[in-house]
Design a protein around this ligand. Structure first.
Ligand code: PHE
Length: 359
């Protein structure tokens, strides 16, 4: 077969093969076998030296034509296949805009935040202000100014988290027994220090509530949390009596628990109120007959209250001969538990949406 004939065959076969290739990879394989280093056309071009002087220009001319044609065809096909592969890839990963969108669930306030807001609204409706105070308190505001004697058990480091200067070294026994590690800075154990702060800041008449976190070194169980939410209340005005306390707190318990829950006032002791009481609400599970939820008492404690002790008024620079008042403090977690008959306060501190979504 002459070199020219050979070129004709290569040209025809190659152009035919190019038109049939379906992928860029196959096309590249074909390119290598024809115009690659050892390709069939390359070999003919390389063997020009073995041809006679008459044949050489003819074959050379034809060979270049064939090479140009093949290379042009390869390029066109390459562009065509690249465009096809790109559109296939786009199609495979394309969005289906006819599918419904992924909706983001709408959140809502935690049940404790809801209760705080509800209590705020009840008291704002009665003309009270809402006050705030620091979580890190001094011993003076948390205890001393509130008439707590120096040896009151709640001052013990077993009942109060003291904020200790880390640069002061304590012997290991002191740390183990928590003895002597008492500083005058602490995490407030109650919202009552806001009573004193408000009396120092404002002149009577004072009608305020103050919700916020409090901290106690308690191991969490069904009825205790080491961090919980209290709502404090304080009224200072002329001629305030226990009747005002009772009317106000009955109004609040009815608003929170409904008209069918009864209340009872039990004598109690708090250093900063005199007389003091604890207030119970009838059990919502048994209606007051006694069951496991109320420990067979028929009643559940919801708050502490009392008339402001004259010593406290004096500490705040208010004349107890002119003014009197009442104060109360309650736990928001406890209100939630009593209202929704929750068996365990710890449920409120988990992020379990199956529980929280119910409120
Ligand atoms: N601070 C008290 C407590 O934490 C509650 C209380 C507040 C009692 C105000 C009387 C008056 O138990």
């Amino acid at each position: 077969m002459s070199a020219i004939e050979n070129l004709e065959i290569i040209e025809k076969k190659t152009l035919d093969a190019i038109s049939k290739k379906a992928t860029l990879e196959e096309l590249d394989q074909l390119r290598i076998t024809v115009v690659g280093k050892k390709g069939s056309l390359t070999q003919i071009l390389r063997s020009m030296g073995t041809l006679s002087a008459e044949e050489r220009p003819l074959v050379g001319k034809r060979a270049n034509e064939v090479r140009e044609k093949i290379e042009a065809a390869l390029l066109t096909k390459k562009e065509e296949l690249a465009a096809k592969e790109l559109s296939e890839r786009i199609e495979a990963s394309a969005l289906d805009i006819s599918l419904p969108g992924r909706s983001r669930p709408q959140g809502h306030a935690h049940v404790i935040s809801q209760i705080v807001k509800e209590v705020e609204e009840i008291f704002i409706g009665l003309g009270y202000t809402v006050e705030d105070g620091p979580y890190v308190e001094t011993e003076y505001y948390n205890f001393t100014s509130l008439n707590a004697p120096k040896d009151h058990p709640s001052r013990s480091p077993r009942d109060t988290f003291y904020v200790v200067d880390p640069t002061v070294a304590h012997p290991k026994e002191e740390i183990d027994t928590r003895k002597n590690i008492i500083s005058d800075v602490l995490l407030r154990t109650q919202t009552s220090p806001v009573q004193m702060r408000t009396m120092e800041k404002q002149c009577p008449p004072i009608y305020m509530i103050s919700p916020g976190l409090v901290f106690r070194p308690d191991t969490p169980d069904a009825n205790h949390l080491p961090q919980f939410t209290q709502i404090e209340g304080l009224v200072i005005d002329k001629g305030i009596t226990f009747g005002d306390l009772r009317g106000t707190l009955d109004h609040m318990t009815r608003a929170l628990f409904g008209n069918d829950r009864r209340t009872r006032y039990r004598p109690h002791f708090f250093p900063f109120t005199e007389p003091s009481c604890e207030i119970d609400v009838s059990c919502g599970v048994c209606g007051g007959k006694g069951c496991r939820f109320c420990n067979h008492a028929g009643w559940l404690e919801i708050l502490g209250a009392g008339l402001v002790d004259p010593n406290v008024l004096q500490n705040a620079g208010i004349d107890p001969n002119v003014y009197s008042g009442f104060a109360f403090g309650m736990g928001a977690e406890r209100i939630a538990a009593l209202r929704y008959n929750l068996p365990d306060l710890r449920l409120l501190t988990t992020g379990d949406m199956r529980f929280l979504e119910q409120f």
